[in-house]
Design a protein around this ligand. Sequence first.
Ligand SMILES: Nc1ncnc2c1ncn2[C@@H]1O[C@H](COP(=O)(O)OP(=O)(O)OP(=O)(O)O)[C@@H](O)[C@H]1O
Ligand SMILES: [Mg+2]
Ligand SMILES: [Mg+2]
Length: 544
Amino acid sequence: MQFKFNLSFQRYYRTGSIHHFEHRQLSKYKLKCGLEIHTQLNTRKKLFSQSTNDPFHSIESPNVHTSYFDIALPGTQPILNYEAVLYAIRLSLAINAKVNLQSSFDRKHYFYGDQPMGYQITQHYQPFATGGQIKLNRDIDGVDDKNIRIIQLQLEQDTGKSVYRENEGLTLIDLNRSNVPLIEMVTQPDFTDVKQIRAFIKKYQNLVRHLNVSTGDLETGAMRVDVNLSVNDFARVELKNLPNTSSIINAVKFEFQRQVQIIEDGKGPELLLHPETRGWNGEATIKLRSKETTIDYRYMPDPELPVISLSPLAVEGVAKTLPPAPEDVIKKLMAAPYSLSLKDAKLLTIKGNSQDQMYTQPELLKFYVETFQCYLKDVKKSENRKINYKLPTNWIIHELLGILNKLQMPLKELTVIMTPENFSEFLMLIHRKEISNATGKLLLFHAVENLHNSDVIKEQKTVNFTSLIDEYDLGKISQIDDNELEKLCQDIIDEIKDKKLIENIVSGKKKNSIKYLIGLGMRVSQGRISAQEFERMFRKVLEI
Ligand SMILES: Nc1ncnc2c1ncn2[C@@H]1O[C@H](COP(=O)(O)OP(=O)(O)OP(=O)(O)O)[C@@H](O)[C@H]1O
Ligand SMILES: [Mg+2]
Ligand SMILES: [Mg+2]
């Protein structure tokens, strides 16, 4: 039956008739979803041992970050890592959850090869924090305003990893991940469509990165999302092992349709009465286990771990160190005087993928804000008082970061010698039209590259752009003689071997190829003559 249904679903889907289906029928079907999100904390040590918390070396070097406790040698006992407790307070406060001053650990029993103790230490009866919410916001998250309530947060251990070598009939066990601290955050079933789920995951991911409690990466498994889903209040189905956002979204879409179809066929009472757990094979959700085979975890308080007893002062202390929420920073940047676009404001606030960045968001934001303030002051002193709000972002986000990436130079290193005052000096050269954009790009690149390769950094002298312009001979030829420019364009045309190209430009067959000529001109003139000037002159010379 199941299989038959899947085929008919595929047919619906592929022929596109799903749209009719949606309009005609779907309003009758109410989706209800709740999420459980597991996040690895990036503390230095593991949750209950002194091993290094570094779960991502498994393939090259399995089982290197393991203590006797992590591999469950009999007689070893857990000792709580307080850093994890501080991280948990941070995250709880950031989502307005109530930190419980007393919380405790419980054992959740199940048998699995990568779970050597035979149970996982979690918080079942008295979780770490309760309540709270995350608000989805139309202007920032791109979905209608919606409040997602949080049920609770609990601290728990991660398990080890099983590596299956099916053709050899082997399962290898790697315990580097065993006992890595996790926070499980559980939401109320408040989600009513898939866009809210996508926005929420992104927002929560941004938050844990912003708070510096986790890398938040889904690809590495540092963040793992389980989705609980029901339709019209039939039993909830839990979707597990969803490796990335697109599988989460596709699995939810599929599962919703599957349940709708079952209800349509009148089989809801028969098939959707019992909770079940399903996985995702890339095309369909597949049954992993049903209620009947659900394990009885035999939860019991862990007798080896005392209750976590927090003083209200500890919680207040952490509260004082919390950075402003990302969306407050974004709103501020989008308002005057910065007036940034949502995209640029996000870039300055929200950490992207955690790997290989030459800067942290707070460093970048500080540099931007300070440069912006200097630029405002400098503009007030200049003749042209019209503020170009985009100038600081364009040059910092779009140009400077590109250069730093190319040179693999950290922003921190650069800002010692290229201060916000210096950078504003550079922006003013463009503001006053003393140099063109193209020259600006060259100048900035040379300046950063030189600093990168020289001893200036050690001497900690700051950069002086005005003298660099002379040094590199980059002054803009603002009053270029038309005859000279004409000769330059003629020379460029004469030197082109591909005469067909010129013919095609003239005949209009390949109009756009004139850009190639302009590019050559810009290169020859080192960007000191503008593209518009070149275009005008090439057209004149070629008589088009
Ligand atoms: N009717 C429902 N439809 C959809 N989701 C639901 C429904 N009822 C509860 N949920 C969601 O199911 C999730 C229950 O998670 P919780 O961690 O409490 O229990 P669990 O899944 O049984 O335990 P485990 O941690 O072992 O997976 C919550 O996210 C909740 O919002
Ligand atoms: Mg669950
Ligand atoms: Mg759970």
